[in-house]
Ligand binder design. Structure first.
Ligand SMILES: Cc1cc2nc3c(=O)[nH]c(=O)nc-3n(C[C@H](O)[C@H](O)[C@H](O)COP(=O)(O)OP(=O)(O)OC[C@H]3O[C@@H](n4cnc5c(N)ncnc54)[C@H](O)[C@@H]3O)c2cc1C
Length: 331
């Protein structure tokens, strides 16, 4: 049995966030080929045309826009009420949320409003023949994967970022329709996210969106040596992350921290440089597709989770690696 999926498209500025693009591909997988289940993408806010056009070309069946300036800031209660109302109207069976902070916040609220089950942090999923959905997600700080089989008639699913590919552009594009103004009644007041500021070093993509991350630990010995990582990151088009030892020491701002009390990332490639691999760090990066560790201590725990390990001095290895990448790439 195929699902009717409503996928919520979050934007940053004029463009959908990468995690939302990933979600459209997952929505198609859940709904089955066009003609089986239906995928509806919904965008909320103003100046939605460009984003709606992008999403319409990614294999969805239709795009609904709700042009309303109230959605230009992110207020969880307001967004949850709007998405739940649209899902009711369309008789959707699945609401799919991108792997973002806002997506994580929305899941529970929508589930309550829509009387649905909710599962977040999903790293993989597959629809079953009887309409059930089996999802896989990391648990116990990434030490194990849990498989959850969901048979509820309505379910809210939140994805992990970078765990799914962005779908290929498809043609013809899906139709785009403007929704009538939403009457949402009285809502609880609360804070609003009014904007996002990139806290990155100015090189490479944002940490949460990056497909390659070069991350540094105390093994770098001091903030000045982060230039080695910056050069490696530049050669790879990567973002830079850090362990808590680094952010606690003030070598890099807290926004760089990856782990239990920092960011969770799932890039295609994670290069851990001079990081021991404490469990609190691993929990934030364990679901990276490929992990490379560079550490002078061959017994460092990071090697237990690494796909490729280089036991040696980072001050020799990182410059050599950067030079070789530049040579191969001709840059
Ligand atoms: C409640 C709580 C929450 C926490 N949350 C987080 C979190 O979110 N993120 C996080 O990262 N940590 C977190 N921590 C801290 C965590 O336990 C570790 O202390 C921290 O991750 C260690 O950082 P590190 O690996 O950079 O430093 P260390 O553990 O000091 O490791 C440095 C590594 O560098 C290697 N090294 C040294 N010199 C070289 C060299 N020349 N070449 C190559 N390798 C070298 C060493 O062999 C060593 O393995 C948390 C701790 C607690 C208690």
């Amino acid at each position: 049995m195929s699902a009717d999926v409503l996928v919520v498209i979050e934007r940053r500025g004029a463009a959908p966030v990468r995690a939302a693009l990933e979600a459209t591909g997952v929505a198609r997988r859940l709904a089955g080929p066009s003609g089986a289940g239906r995928v509806t993408a919904v965008l909320l806010g103003t100046a939605l045309e460009a984003s709606a056009g992008t999403i319409a070309g990614l294999g969805v069946d239709r795009v609904i826009t709700v042009s309303d300036p109230r959605f230009d800031t992110f207020q969880t209660a307001l967004w949850a009420a709007a998405v739940a109302a649209i899902a009711r109207e369309l008789s959707s069976s699945v609401i799919l949320l991108a792997g973002t902070n806002n997506g994580r916040q929305l899941a529970g609220r929508i589930a309550i409003r829509w009387d649905a089950a909710a599962v977040t942090g999903i790293a993989d999923l597959s629809p079953g023949a009887a309409g059930e959905i089996t999802v896989t997600r990391p648990v116990f700080s990434g030490r194990a994967f849990q498989e959850v089989r969901i048979g509820a008639p309505r379910v809210v699913l939140g994805l992990r970022p970078n765990a799914f590919p962005i779908p290929e552009a498809s043609s013809p594009p899906a139709p785009i329709a403007e929704h009538a103004p939403l009457e949402l009644g009285p809502l609880p007041s609360g804070g609003a996210v009014t904007g996002f500021e990139s806290a990155q070093s100015g090189i490479g993509p944002d940490l949460s969106d990056a497909t390659v991350i070069v991350s540094g630990g105390r093994g770098l010995k001091g903030p000045e040596n982060f230039r080695l990582l910056e050069e490696l990151a530049l050669s790879l088009g990567a973002a830079i992350g850090a362990s808590r030892a680094v952010t606690d020491s003030g070598w890099r701002p807290a926004s760089f921290q990856i782990g239990q009390t920092g960011k969770s990332v799932s890039p295609q490639l994670y290069i851990a440089v001079g990081i021991s691999g404490a469990i609190q760090h691993l929990v934030g990066m364990i679901s990276s597709r490929t992990i490379v560790a560079i550490n002078s201590d061959p017994s460092a725990p990071i090697f237990k989770v690494a796909d490729y390990g280089i036991a040696g001095d980072l001050f020799q290895i990182v410059p050599a690696l950067t030079a070789e990448i530049r040579r191969v790439r001709g840059s």
